[in-house]
Design a protein around this ligand. Structure first.
Ligand SMILES: Nc1ncnc2c1ncn2[C@@H]1O[C@H](COP(=O)(O)OP(=O)(O)OP(=O)(O)O)[C@@H](O)[C@H]1O
Ligand SMILES: [Mg+2]
Length: 264
């Protein structure tokens, strides 16, 4: 049985194609301004990578904030469920999932079957998300991919007092003007993200093992700041950004296959 899962996020769109429990291909592409086109592009790229024809796919589940923008999907499922399933699949000891994406972050508690039993979500503002880091990287004239490495070399941190992205950006600009080293400012920014996440973790309660998903899991500075606050070692999947799409594909496996004439 060949199925696809697609996570149409605010920054990136991922597709994972599964044959039974094996990943045949995965792709990560920017979503851009048109999430429908991004979804089409992402699915085509994943099919090509796997050497498959579209009609070989028996079910597609979409998730993510843009999940409704692919009308040919067999089913839409929430990100909470898909991140929970994906994280539990790659690391079955997972009982807490922290997903830090582009426009929201969430903390999900799982039971020992991988089902989500509780969650907290920050989707009201960009603080504590990947977008926040992108804005700050731009102000600091560094690449978002380099933030983690730079902050790990910082000899100290600095308090970023503004919670709001717009005010935090002006605060960063002032700190640059005061000649504060960039790596110190970046460490301060990672600490502020970790403080936000800690607030959500405290509301849901933490149970080990804790898996970190989403693009921000690739930022080793945020990983360190979180581990310091939570007092646990985080499990980072080999490709943390595809976990939502993987979970969606796993959910697609549970659906009845569409009859051949009805496939994409
Ligand atoms: N190589 C990298 N190193 C560090 N950070 C990265 C890297 N790649 C992506 N990111 C971070 O990940 C963020 C995007 O994460 P992700 O792709 O999970 O978001 P999304 O799923 O589109 O968003 P959402 O789930 O909120 O709709 C970027 O804003 C950036 O901060
Ligand atoms: Mg996401």
């Amino acid at each position: 049985m060949i199925v696809a899962g697609m996570d149409i996020g605010s920054i990136t769109t991922e597709t994972v194609i599964l044959r039974d429990h094996a990943i045949l291909s995965s792709v990560i592409l920017p979503t851009g301004a048109n999430s429908r086109k991004a979804a089409e592009r992402s699915l085509s790229a994943a099919l090509e990578k796997a050497g498959l024809n579209p009609e070989e796919v028996t079910a597609i589940v979409t998730t993510g904030y843009g999940r409704a923008s692919f009308p040919r999907a067999t089913k839409m499922i929430t990100e909470i469920t898909c991140h929970a399933r994906g994280a539990f699949f790659v690391h079955p000891q997972t009982r807490t999932v922290i997903d830090i994406g582009g426009q929201d972050s969430k903390v999900i508690r799982l039971d020992n079957q991988g089902r989500n039993v509780d969650f907290q979500m920050n989707d009201k503002c960009a603080a504590g998300t990947g977008r926040f880091l992108e804005v700050m990287a731009h102000a600091l004239e560094v690449r978002v991919e380099d933030l983690g490495r730079l902050s790990l070399g910082a000899p100290r941190t600095i308090k970023i007092s503004s919670m709001c992205t717009v005010f935090a950006e002006s605060e960063v600009v002032s700190l640059i003007a005061e000649d504060q080293p960039k790596e110190v400012i970046i460490r301060g920014l990672h600490d502020s993200i970790a403080d936000r996440i800690l607030g959500m973790v405290n509301r849901v309660g933490i149970e080990e093992k804790v898996t970190l998903t989403g693009g921000v899991a690739k930022n080793e500075g945020v990983v360190r700041a979180l581990e310091e606050r939570l007092g646990v070692t985080l499990y980072i999947p080999p490709e943390p950004q595809i976990i939502g799409a993987l979970g969606a594909a796993l959910m697609a496996r549970t659906l009845l296959p569409l009859p051949e004439g009805k496939r994409i």
